[in-house]
Design a protein around this ligand. Structure first.
Ligand SMILES: [Zn+2]
Length: 395
C-alpha cells in the first residue's frame, strides 16, 4: 500500500515498537492493522526485530475461535538506563523495555548551581550504574539523561542548573562506549513519558505539551515517525506582565512567576519543595478561600492566554497539560480554557482543539529519563542512532 511504501525501514520499525510500548503487547493482525502494514510486511519486520532480541512472541489463547494465538510484546530481557536530575537529587537506575525498574538509587544534590558537586555526583552515579550492569552482564540498549532547563546547544545558558552537559556526555561515553545516550530537557522527557509511553494513543498530527511544575515548559509533539517527534519550546519565560515580579531568568513578569508550582504555593502559603513533593496530592496541603481561588484562576488564565497565542501561530490537534492544574476539579480549571478562548483568534469553537489534562501517573524520578531512553530507542526503530544525531543533545 502507498502509505507503507512512503515510510523508511526505520519509520516502519518505529511505528511497530511504538504500538508495542503503548499497548504492552498485541496480536499480530491487530499490530499490522494499527501500523498500516500488510501481513507480509509485519512478518518480515517482526522476524528482524525478534532476531535482534527486541521483541518476543508469546503463545496465548486465541481471542476467538480460529483467531491468532501469538501475542507480540517488547523483549522482557533487554534493558534501558536513565539518570534524572530533579527534586534536589540525582536518581538513576535501569528498567526493562516494558518499564519495570530493576535497579534504583538516589544521591542528594542540594545545590544545582554547584558545578563541581554536580560533576562529582554524576561521576559517582555513572560508576554505580556501570558496576551494576557489569556484575550482571547487562548492556543497556539506551541511556537517557533528563536535565531541567537544558537547551540546544548544550552549552546554552541554563537558568536552573550549572551542570556541564558536555562533561556528563563524555563520562557516559567513557563508561558505556557502545551504548547510545541522549541528554534531554526535563519537559521533553515528560512529554515522552506521557504521550509515547504505556497507554498512549497514536499521534497523527502535531500536539502541544505544556508542563507546569517547578518551572513551566512546553514541547511540540509529532508522530513517532517524524524526524524529531519531540521538540522543546520556551514557554515559562513568555513575558505576560511588563512590571510583574522579577524572574530567575533576569526578566520581569514571566509566566513562570505567576503559574509555576512555587508561585501557586505562595498563594496558599506552601513552600515550593512541599508542593513538588506532594505532586498529585498538593490540594490536600492547602486551604482554599474565595480570594485564593481568584488568584489561582488569574494564574490559570495567564497560562491559557499564552497557550492561545502559541496556537495563533502554530495550529495543533491537541493541547496536553500536565503538572499542578491536572489535580484541580474541572470547575476550577475553567479559567485556563477561558484564557485560551480570550486569545485564540475566532475563539476555541473556531479552532476546535481539545484540551487534555494528564494526571501525574509518571511515578517518581528516574522515570522521566528512562522514558526518554525508551523513546529514543523506539524513535530510531531499534536501530543505531543516525550519525548526525548521535552526539546531538535533544533539548
Ligand atoms: Zn523568566
Amino acid at each position: 500500500m502507498a502509505a507503507e511504501q512512503l515510510r523508511t525501514r526505520r519509520q516502519t520499525r518505529a511505528a511497530v515498537l511504538d504500538r508495542l510500548l503503548a499497548t504492552g503487547g498485541l496480536f499480530r493482525p491487530q499490530l499490522a492493522t494499527d501500523c498500516n502494514l500488510t501481513e507480509v510486511s509485519i512478518s518480515r519486520i517482526l522476524a528482524d526485530l525478534r532476531e535482534e532480541g527486541l521483541v518476543e512472541e508469546i503463545r496465548r489463547p486465541a481471542p476467538y475461535p480460529g483467531g491468532p494465538t501469538q501475542i507480540v510484546t517488547l523483549a522482557q530481557d533487554q534493558w534501558i538506563a536513565g539518570l534524572t536530575l530533579a527534586n534536589r537529587r540525582l536518581s538513576f537506575g535501569t528498567a526493562t523495555l516494558g518499564g519495570d525498574i530493576a535497579y534504583l538509587e538516589r544521591l542528594p544534590l542540594a545545590d544545582l548551581t554547584d558545578r563541581p558537586a554536580l560533576a562529582a555526583t554524576f561521576a559517582q552515579a555513572i560508576d554505580a550504574l556501570c558496576r551494576w550492569c557489569g556484575a550482571r552482564g547487562v548492556v543497556p540498549l539506551r541511556i537517557g539523561v533528563s536535565i531541567p532547563g537544558l537547551r540546544e546547544p548544550p552549552d546554552a545558558p541554563n537558568p536552573i542548573t550549572a551542570l556541564d552537559a558536555a562533561a556528563i556526555s563524555a563520562m557516559l561515553e567513557a563508561a558505556f562506549p557502545t551504548v547510545p545516550h541522549g541528554l534531554v530537557n526535563a519537559v521533553a522527557a515528560r512529554a515522552a513519558a506521557h504521550l509515547f509511553g504505556p497507554g498512549s494513543e497514536p499521534i497523527a498530527t502535531r500536539h502541544l505539551f505544556v508542563h507546569l511544575g517547578r518551572g513551566i515548559g512546553g514541547a511540540w509533539v509529532e508522530p513517532v515517525t517524524a524526524a524529531a517527534p519531540i521538540r522543546p519550546i520556551e514557554f515559562g519565560h513568555v513575558v505576560v506582565e511588563r512590571h510583574g515580579p522579577a524572574c530567575r531568568c533576569g526578566h520581569r513578569g514571566c509566566l513562570e512567576t505567576f503559574a509555576s508550582a512555587g508561585a501557586i504555593g505562595r498563594i496558599f502559603g506552601v513552600p515550593e519543595a512541599e508542593m513538588i513533593a506532594a505532586d498529585n496530592d498538593w490540594l490536600r496541603l492547602v486551604r482554599m478561600t474565595a480570594r485564593r481561588r481568584v488568584l489561582m484562576a488569574d494564574a490559570l488564565h495567564r497560562v491559557g492566554l499564552a497557550i492561545g497565542n502559541v496556537l495563533n501561530i502554530m495550529p495543533v490537534s491537541l493541547v496536553a497539560i500536565s503538572g499542578w492544574p491536572s489535580t484541580l476539579p474541572e470547575d476550577q480549571r475553567t479559567a485556563l480554557r477561558q484564557g485560551i478562548e480570550d486569545s485564540v483568534f475566532g475563539g476555541t469553537a473556531a479552532l476546535q482543539v481539545p484540551l487534555r489534562f494528564l494526571p501525574s501517573t509518571l511515578g517518581s524520578d528516574p522515570r522521566p529519563a528512562l522514558a526518554w531512553a525508551m523513546h529514543e530507542l523506539v524513535r530510531d526503530g531499534g536501530l543505531a542512532p543516525r550519525r548526525e544525531e548521535a552526539r546531538r543533545v535533544a533539548g
